[in-house]
Design a protein around this ligand. Sequence first.
Ligand SMILES: Nc1ncnc2c1ncn2[C@@H]1O[C@H](COP(=O)(O)OP(=O)(O)OP(=O)(O)O)[C@@H](O)[C@H]1O
Ligand SMILES: [Mg+2]
Length: 322
Amino acid sequence: MSNRAFDLLVVGELNVDIMVKGNVEPTFGQVEKLVGSLEVCGGGSSAIFAAAAARLGLRVRFASIVGDDIFGRLMLDAMSAAGVDTSQVAVDPAISTGATIHLLRDDGDRAMLTDLGTIAEITSDLVDPEWYRTTQHLHLASPFLLQGLYPSMPGMLRRAKRSGMTTSLDTNWDPAERWRLSGFFEHLDILLPNENELLAIARQPDVEASLEAMLGRVPIVAVKQGAQGALGAQGTQRIQVPAFALDVQDTTGAGDTFDAGFLAAWLAGGTLEQALVLGAACAALTMRQVGGFNGQPDWEEALALIESQAPAHAPALRALRP
Ligand SMILES: Nc1ncnc2c1ncn2[C@@H]1O[C@H](COP(=O)(O)OP(=O)(O)OP(=O)(O)O)[C@@H](O)[C@H]1O
Ligand SMILES: [Mg+2]
């Protein structure tokens, strides 16, 4: 680990996920229906990522904004419980904390309803310039959702690299499907898309053509492939790791938790393959429980899964543990 005060700077959204389970579709006309279960969970791609990284022992500094309301306090508690430093999170009583209702069907499909609330207020003004010198790595996620931060992201990545930081980006999906990312790749070390996002970003018909296009711009691309596992690419190297086989309850936050596991190994000096394995193990473990934060492992829990299903990787990964 670095000798800087923090390992990770994350700037992003803190919002609540309300998870409604059961095969129930809402019907207007004041029809009340009973659902299987309803749970209020911490959410937001950046928040889930930051919590997962903190659980893996990284020292995480989180810049964000919440409302002075129940959801805001829930998020600050969830982040603190995971070990994230939230001392720099702004509280604005004039805005409500962002929230999403997820209607989950038994077949794995879902529908989402989102109130952006504070998410729309996240800008680079929340970042103290000093943090670029005192943090090792900058991770940004969901540029197409964080509309107030999006225009500043290329400049933040450039500033991070010039201050000696390393950088990563998980674009997540672009709801407008425009995929405008001009200036995002010049100062990026690691791109963490899923497979569909990779094809859209690269504007190519298949994975290999997309990787070739992106590797001219970014040194490392780690592609999340759902139940197929993950594919890492660096130069001419391609490394495929399978998914871990666990009972899947809810895939919310699997990609973000994968990112955290990947970076925990990579920042500790691990190889591309070791980073992929730790990412896949952390993602599989969080899917055992409903909600993005629930089930996120510490190193011991991740190592136990790796020892049982990918034992060849266990000794090297154990040695990377902080
Ligand atoms: N059914 C599954 N079983 C085991 N592991 C899985 C499964 N689905 C996903 N994973 C693991 O989780 C990782 C990330 O999941 P996924 O490919 O869905 O990312 P994503 O689309 O970015 O997710 P998110 O919706 O959270 O943004 C995969 O690379 C894989 O290792
Ligand atoms: Mg994702």
